[in-house]
Write a protein that binds this ligand. Structure first.
Ligand code: ADP
Length: 248
């Protein structure tokens, strides 16, 4: 059951690239419904950790569980995605020549080859879900606009919407506010906060003001392991964290 308790367990995970330990005895737990922020200097292992969760990278040692019983290390990347683990990379990848609505429709189908035949088969329930997601991402007025004509921020929200169309249990979001205006950042904070309780979300982000605006619990990675964890105030005042960031 992934609707309550801990949704993600990484225990004593290590992975080396050419003898270099990118992840070094990492222990990382995420509660169902939680909005977690992960910060840490460049090279701390944030991307590698996300890659391990999605099955893109296999750890050398350690364990990774989804819910209490699903061993992620036995599953392929597509199998992990099918469990309801969605990942949003930094660069938005929307279908530029299709409308916002069509992008969401397409995301629901999960396979672009079925796209041309989809219109005819779209049921009322599916339409309702698309409109619900349009509301969550605040793009109702852009419904029939070509995605290529959207602003950078709007494309990012659309992509989050596309992930939501698949009703993910766990969403991994990589640097959502990179390149955004302050106004777009505020809207993104609202969006991510609105997911709390419904989806478990892990956000990797460099912008500390943004992290402060959304975070309840922050994990600081350093040299492939957790250096500190707690509220933004707790981790920012942690002398080990201060030292790592001053040394950057
Ligand atoms: P972050 O996302 O926190 O900046 P990464 O997870 O990208 O950190 O990288 C952690 C360390 O592992 C870095 O030193 C990086 O150079 C190294 N690394 C990551 N992926 C690979 C790879 N495929 N091959 C070799 N080294 C890698």
């Amino acid at each position: 059951d992934v609707s309550q308790g801990v949704i993600l367990y990484l225990e004593d995970v290590s992975v080396s690239f050419d003898g270099f330990k990118a992840i070094n005895n990492l222990n990382f737990y995420v509660n169902a419904g939680e909005l977690r922020c992960v910060i840490g200097p460049n090279g701390a292992g944030k991307t590698t950790m996300m890659d391990i969760i999605t099955g893109k990278t296999r750890p050398d040692t350690g364990s990774a569980y989804f819910g209490r019983t699903i061993d992620l290390l036995r599953l392929s990347e597509p199998e992990i995605a099918a469990l309801g683990v969605g990942r949003k990379f930094q660069k938005p990848t929307v279908f530029e020549s299709h409308s916002v609505f069509e992008n969401l429709e397409l995301a629901m189908a999960g396979d672009k080859r079925v796209f041309p035949t989809l219109f005819a088969r779209l049921g009322g329930e599916q339409r309702d879900r698309i409109h619900e997601v349009l509301g969550i991402i605040g793009l109702q007025e852009q419904t029939h606009r070509e995605a290529g004509a959207l602003s950078h921020g709007q494309k990012q929200w659309l992509e989050i919407g596309m992930l939501l169309m698949q009703d993910p249990h766990l969403l991994l979001v990589d640097e959502p506010v990179a390149g955004m205006t302050h106004q777009e950042m505020d809207r993104t904070a609202e969006l991510l906060l609105s997911l709390e309780g419904k989806h478990s979300v892990v956000v990797v982000e460099h912008d500390m003001d943004f992290v402060r605006s959304i975070a309840k619990r922050v994990t600081v990675l350093h040299q492939g392991a957790v250096l500190a964890e707690g509220s933004m105030d707790e981790v920012q005042n942690d002398p080990r964290v201060v030292e790592v960031y001053l040394g950057e």
